[in-house]
Design a protein around this ligand. Structure first.
Ligand SMILES: [Zn+2]
Ligand SMILES: [Zn+2]
Length: 258
């Protein structure tokens, strides 16, 4: 008789087990990771919500949006069927009460399975492990898109804060509907910040300037201070030195970019 091995890492395991203790723990933790993701997925179903960001912004689309994102719906269905399949595999089906589906919702299935004493003993557990491992990147791609929208400035018409992804060229204000180029919004923010005489940390100055096309880093700005080219304008509440954007922008014109 061959020695039983872990279906994930091939280490020898005790008879009757299909996962070693380390892989069992990894799998249980993976299942539990899906619990908060389920809420995020359900929130992502609404096609009018802008994905990403902590405060989703409703966007107005030129055509009526599909009320539900079908790709998210399909993904939730797949997740539910695999989680329920695993739960039924662990709990078994009571032949006397087979009509009653005692299977809880997906979150219930995930938490029951993660804590189930037989989790490492199901003969085909390796298949479930690889299914959940494959569901993970797809789930994260939905709830945490790599290119997330960040505030870039104020609407040139109504003053609402506009968010855009890094590569967006034009943005449409969700309130007044005005279409404007992202670079005009960024430039306007920069000009307002310069005119207001407001002070920012070196990192914030660099971000504002880069948004408008200048290439400058926070460390360059800090080096200007060390070289005596730039004076800080006090400190912020976290005790970081702040600089008037006007002063930084003035140096930018005289200093070759790095
Ligand atoms: Zn293992
Ligand atoms: Zn507007």
């Amino acid at each position: 008789m061959s020695v039983a091995t872990c279906q994930v890492c091939d280490q020898p395991v005790e008879t009757g087990y299909a996962l070693c203790p380390a892989c069992e723990l990894d799998f249980a933790l993976l299942l539990l990771q899906f619990v908060p993701w389920m809420h995020a997925l359900e929130a992502s179903l609404d096609a009018t919500l802008h994905p990403g960001g902590h405060q989703p912004v409703r966007i107005i689309t030129p055509v009526a949006p599909t009320p539900l994102r079908l790709d998210v719906l399909d993904h939730l269905d797949l997740l539910a069927s695999i989680a329920q399949g695993l739960w039924r595999r662990l709990e078994g089906v009571n032949p006397l009460k087979w009509q009653r589906d005692l299977c809880p919702d997906v979150i219930g299935c995930l938490t029951d399975a993660a804590m189930h004493p037989d989790l490492a003993k199901i003969p085909d557990i390796g298949m479930y492990v690889s299914q959940f491992q494959r569901l993970k990147p797809k789930t994260l791609a939905i709830i945490d898109p790599p290119d997330r929208a960040t505030p870039i400035g104020q609407c040139l018409q109504c003053g609402l804060t506009i968010t855009a992804t890094r590569d967006a060229e034009t943005v449409t204000c969700p309130v007044c509907g005005r279409e404007q180029t992202a670079s005009a919004v960024r430039l306007d923010l920069l000009e307002c910040s310069i005119r207001s005489g407001k002070a920012f940390t070196a990192g914030e100055c660099a971000r504002l300037l880069r948004g408008a096309g200048y290439s400058v880093s926070g460390s360059t700005i800090r080096s200007w201070k060390h070289r005596g080219l730039l004076q800080s304008d006090g400190k912020d509440e976290r005790d970081q030195p702040v600089y008037r954007l006007r002063d930084v922008a003035a140096l930018l014109r005289d200093t070759p970019s790095d």
